[in-house]
Design a protein around this ligand. Structure first.
Ligand SMILES: O=C(O)CCC(=O)C(=O)O
Length: 301
């Protein structure tokens, strides 16, 4: 099978996910919507920089303060919320994780010329390894981003863990090799291990036009590329996780109150305001949505 290319065919998208660990939805946004998204990210990023509210994720590459993350887009406009709710994205989150899934984070990642290389990683680095019955098991709470296990991006011969997260990159302008398009290691999702930071691995650069949506599952090795162009690369990352998990962003605490109050039932559920089999409740396991702590019973004497 040739490597995944942008496609509108759902059957091809899931076949690519199964085989390579990623796929590309073609024309997920119209040209007009992609342009509007690009303008919006750029305006928000500029405003955050001018107020010294901008973020540069240092774990990405030591000393790299070039790329900018615009975090918690849930609070920053309906156009961003609509990306998280997009039916094509949700269909693939459902395929990877299941019908019940949560938004884990919603952020923009802007790669600027002069950035440094982001190390390859898998988003679910926190997943304990399956073990043979009777042998010692890893402890999830002891895992760190550098716990490994490291290895080669080839299919494992022993059981591996399933994907518990799905990540998606909305391309607001054209993603090219030159402007730091996301890089993927095909089939690494079947390896059951993580990329060794001290080794080189071959990765493919996902070049696709503005409006495309790159989708990968939590086990696939990937990273942003180096921007050697004369313009930024604008992307929005919609990250989903299994309903039992803690999200990357704390959306229930972090959503601004006016944003939370305006959320549709579907968005409230996606952001974790509705318990899943009692998990995530604040008092009533069946509440929909949950009541804030101040609205629940406190101590009575
Ligand atoms: O910005 C990119 O191209 C990759 C982002 C990424 O690695 C991530 O969100 O885990």
């Amino acid at each position: 099978m040739p490597l995944p290319a942008p496609t509108t065919d759902y059957a091809q998208q899931v076949a690519d996910l199964d085989e390579y660990g990623y796929c590309i939805i073609a024309e997920a946004l119209s040209d007009k919507d992609a342009r509007a998204l690009c303008d919006r990210i750029s305006a928000q990023a500029r405003a955050e920089r001018s107020r010294s509210l901008d973020f540069h994720y240092p774990a990405e590459a030591e000393g790299d303060d070039v790329n900018q993350w615009v975090y918690q887009l849930i609070n920053k406009g309906d156009e961003f919320q609509q990306l998280a709710l997009h039916p094509g994205a949700r269909a693939l989150a459902t395929y990877i994780i299941g019908a019940e899934h949560l938004l884990s984070s919603l952020d923009a990642h802007i790669t600027y010329p002069g950035n440094k290389v982001m190390p390859l990683h898998a988003d679910q680095w926190w997943m304990p390894q399956p073990v043979t019955p009777g042998t010692p098991h890893g402890r999830q709470g002891d895992l760190t981003r550098t716990s490994g296990p490291y290895g080669d991006p080839i299919p494992a011969t022993a059981p591996i863990a399933p994907p518990l997260s799905a990540n998606m990159m909305w391309m607001a302008n054209d993603f090219t090799e030159a402007n730091g398009a996301t890089r993927m290691v095909p089939r690494s999702h079947l390896s059951g291990c993580l990329p060794d930071p001290s080794r080189h691995y071959d990765a493919v650069t996902i070049e696709a036009p503005a409006g495309s949506l790159l989708v990968w599952e939590g086990r696939t090795w990937h990273a942003a590329g180096i921007n050697t162009a004369d313009h930024p690369r604008y992307g929005v990352v919609t990250y989903y996780c299994a309903p039992i998990m803690r999200g990357l962003a704390n959306l229930t605490y972090g959503a601004r109150s006016e944003v939370r109050d305006a959320m549709s039932p579907g968005l409230l559920k996606l952001c974790g305001f509705v318990p899943w089999n009692s998990y995530g409740m604040t008092d009533d396991p069946d509440s929909n949505p949950v009541r804030a702590g101040d609205d629940t019973a406190g101590r009575f004497d």
